[in-house]
Design a protein around this ligand. Sequence first.
Ligand SMILES: [Zn+2]
Length: 84
Amino acid sequence: MRKIRKVQCSGCGKFFVGDSIFDRHRTGEFGVDRRCFTTEEMIEKGFGSEACFVGIALEGTKSYQEKTVWFLIDNRESLLASLG
Ligand SMILES: [Zn+2]
């Protein structure tokens, strides 16, 4: 199974394949009505999810945990290629 660097949202707790995808799952104005898309909204907007091993640093020791990771389906092939 694929291993990725952790990008986790502190708001909804979802994991993402990269910062640009992370940014795309939020909507509204900063300091006004900023929020995360719901899972249903994300699917409508072209996000997909896949189980990956995500690197988690625990007390200085790196380990991997299986998580559901979100990506944009349009970017999926290039993203997965870049992840190796
Ligand atoms: Zn979120």
